[in-house]
Design a protein around this ligand. Structure first.
Ligand code: SUG
Length: 431
């Protein structure tokens, strides 16, 4: 058994520009909270509290700073002034939708930032990181290149890491990163990868809501990393229709356990059989429609809980929304059947109102000790560093942010200054 690999959690700090722009069509929470006043300070503090819970469970936690927002290069390329303060005012008058895109803080959902193939599973024994192009939504497509540069800085040592450019800008290759990818581990410690798409390269799905992940993009991930052991699945269109815009809102897993809704995938039983062929000891728990209807799976976000393997067993960090009704009964059944050892119900309302639960907020990266030592140490959290970040959030983040505020030059200036200070804090200046 290869015990030398450890899965670290990389969250992205929730940004001072966190707002409810209603930008993600097909993401029910984002659509229903559009236009409401957000609370950036509370949002970031909720994310920090989750990171602290992960660290207290003895897990290595790292954090990426937010991307620079508002995206003034984007606004300038749209024909607005080069001066950030002027450009936000101009965009507010001319096209407030473009302004909301420029202010998007969606990069906070780190599960979407990349697909990671650990060195033990790749053909050249390097850890492959493929940043997602996020082409399916106009606000998230703006994240791909700055995130690529940030990941390249964090994983710069070529002998250990290969950070690819995001896949080419073609909707045939629309890619949403690790939200649609999971790595199981077999008895020998080798990875068996599950990729879940909801469209092919040429067919955009037949759903009212957009199908965001192309299977062709996932074939590219496999070619780029030389990955051999994998299973490919497809989300059922019915699930997309009720708001399953990513696989990680209808399925969760650990190295050796799979929890999924009964109506998650096409040919679900045959996909499970394929997984069991590679992983005879995989524990599979299918959740029936009567236990938790799909619509409640989406509103509670139970499947977006963060499952962490600790020395004491599996820790489930569930959204607070799971602490009542059928979701709570299901959580308790996971605990009484021994699948989960401990449950923490974590309040993450601000992120949840944009469709981001505990698992959306983190990217999992399996690294051996040498790789961990070779990555950029400035993003790895200690208690002290997390307390310092918390202090900065308390002093610099606004309590409230409305869509009207986005056109205020002072808001733009302050957001850019605070995010630049965070980049400096984490040793990632000038990205
Ligand atoms: O891409 N929300 C994100 C939520 C991402 C969830 N991630 C995972 N499931 N892994 C999205 O839909 C909302 C932004 C807004 O409406 O302003 C948003 O982008």
């Amino acid at each position: 058994m290869n015990t030398l690999y450890e899965e670290i959690q990389i969250d992205s700090l929730i940004a001072p520009t966190h707002h409810y722009g209603g930008l993600a069509y097909g993401n029910v929470a984002s659509m229903s909270h559009a236009g409401q006043v957000s609370h950036p300070r509370a949002a970031a503090l909720q994310g920090i509290a989750k990171m602290r819970a992960v660290m207290e469970a003895g897990i290595v936690q790292a954090v990426l700073p937010p991307l620079l927002r508002p995206d003034t290069c984007f606004l300038h390329a749209c024909g607005f002034s080069e001066c950030p303060e002027d450009s936000v005012q101009q965009a507010q008058c001319a096209d407030p939708y473009l302004l909301r895109l420029a202010y998007s803080s969606a990069s906070t959902w780190a599960a979407n930032c990349a697909t990671v193939i650990p060195s033990t599973d790749s053909s050249d024994n390097r850890c492959h990181i493929i940043p997602a192009n996020l082409l399916a939504t106009p606000h998230r497509a703006l994240e791909a290149h700055p995130r690529y540069h940030m990941l390249k800085r964090c994983f710069a040592a070529d002998e250990f890491f290969c950070v690819h450019e995001p896949l080419p800008t073609s909707t045939a290759l629309a890619d949403e990163g690790a939200a649609n990818h999971h790595r199981f581990v077999d008895e020998e410690g080798n990875g068996v990868h599950l990729f879940v798409a909801n469209r092919s390269a040429w067919e955009c799905g037949h759903t009212a809501f957009p199908a965001r992940q192309s299977s062709a993009a996932q074939e590219c991930h496999r070619r780029l990393s030389g990955l051999q052991k994998y299973v490919q699945a497809t989300i059922l269109p019915e699930a997309v229709e009720v708001g399953a815009f990513h696989n990680d809102v209808i399925m969760a897993a650990t190295d050796t356990m799979l929890l999924l809704h009964q109506s998650a995938w096409r040919d679900q039983s045959s996909i499970i059989q394929q997984l069991l062929t590679f992983l005879p000891h995989l524990k599979v728990r299918e959740v029936s429609q009567s236990e938790l209807p799909l619509s409640e799976a989406i509103s509670s976000y139970l499947f977006n809980s963060q499952f962490l393997t600790t020395d004491k067993g599996v820790l489930m960090i569930a959204p607070q929304q799971c602490a009542e009704g059928r979701a709570k009964t299901l959580c308790e059944s996971l605990q009484s059947s021994g699948i989960v050892q401990k449950i923490i119900y974590q309040p993450l309302d601000e992120s949840m109102h944009n469709g981001g639960g505990p698992a959306c907020l983190r990217l999992r990266v399996s690294l051996n000790k040498s790789e961990q030592a070779a990555m950029h140490q400035g993003i790895i959290l200690t208690k002290k560093r997390l307390a310092d970040v918390e202090e900065l959030v308390r002093s610099e983040y606004r309590e409230e942010l409305s869509l009207d505020d986005l056109g205020d030059p002072d808001v733009a200036k302050k957001s850019l200054r605070t995010i630049a200070a965070l980049h400096t804090f984490f040793g990632l200046e000038h990205i």
